[in-house]
Design a protein around this ligand. Structure first.
Ligand SMILES: [Zn+2]
Length: 274
């Protein structure tokens, strides 16, 4: 599932491709991609609108429109955009929505194998309501060791679980939460409220470092994630613990272990994370 670095990479790609471009025609091939809206209403909300810029908020793609509205997309498990010249479609399995764009002219297509992805259009008020409910952006200036300390304080929840809470910290998912704990030498199972100030500082630095490094490498590709030109990410080669259970820790030669917390795998080295 795409997390902050993958969605950021796609947002930048979309911004470069369709920033300044106008929707000429929209075709909804699968209605569930735009639910609960009616496909006709979804098309009407975008037709003729210009995309001013595309950015990311949490794990959402946010396209700002020239009428102040936002076209939002949640990629979820397998949602994926492609951008290319106008061309006839021979066959298009898993195509959910396509957008014919003007100046520059091209076709943006949204594919979704597992069909969990969703897109919708909101007015400025509805957008600020949604935005307010999301947690702080971990790469923003406002996210400091003190902010993190306040979020962790008094919580008995394991650190890893707390890092996944989108109302606290926006965009961090299971891959980068595990990687950040490893880089900070913290056992992901520890109660969040038990961290000492220097451990909070180490975790804060690790979160920012791992997310920035992953953006530089255009994200992590295990299976489905691709950028809008079909390229894979490169961060899967840099993962220290995620998906490496049974292999040796690159820092201490201990063994990377896997456990399940809150229904999802957690990965850590019991020898050098405490
Ligand atoms: Zn180790």
């Amino acid at each position: 599932m795409p997390e902050l670095p993958e969605v950021e990479t796609i947002a930048r790609g979309l911004d470069a491709a369709v920033g300044g471009s106008r929707f000429r025609r929209i075709k909804v091939h699968r209605e569930e991609a735009v639910r609960p809206a009616e496909p006709a209403d979804f098309r009407a909300a975008l037709r003729g609108r210009c995309v001013e810029r595309v950015s990311r908020r949490a794990k959402w793609l946010v396209a700002q429109l020239d009428d102040g509205g936002r076209w939002l997309t949640q990629l979820r498990m397998t949602g994926r955009f492609t951008w290319g010249p106008v061309s006839p479609l021979r066959s298009a399995p898993h195509l959910s929505v396509s957008f014919l764009m003007d100046s520059p002219t091209g076709v943006l297509r949204f594919y979704d194998v597992r069909r969990f992805g969703r897109m919708w259009v909101v007015d400025p008020e509805a957008w600020s309501g949604l935005d307010e409910r999301l947690g702080i952006e971990p790469l923003s200036e406002g996210f400091t060791p003190d902010t993190l300390a306040a979020q962790l304080a008094r919580s008995k929840a394991p650190i890893r679980n707390l890092l996944l809470d989108q109302r606290r910290l926006a965009g961090v998912g299971n891959i980068y939460a595990n990687e950040a704990c490893y880089r900070a030498r913290l056992d992901p199972r520890r109660p969040a409220g038990s961290l000492k100030p220097q451990e909070v500082r180490a975790l804060h630095a690790a979160i920012r470092k791992v997310l920035s490094a992953a953006i530089t490498r255009r994200g992590t590709t295990f299976s489905d994630y691709r950028d809008i030109l079909g390229g894979q990410g490169g961060f899967q080669n840099k993962l220290e613990v995620y998906g490496r259970d049974g292999q040796s820790c690159r820092r201490c030669r201990g063994t990377v272990e896997r456990t399940v917390m809150a229904g999802r795998s957690a990965f850590f080295c019991a020898d050098c994370q405490s």
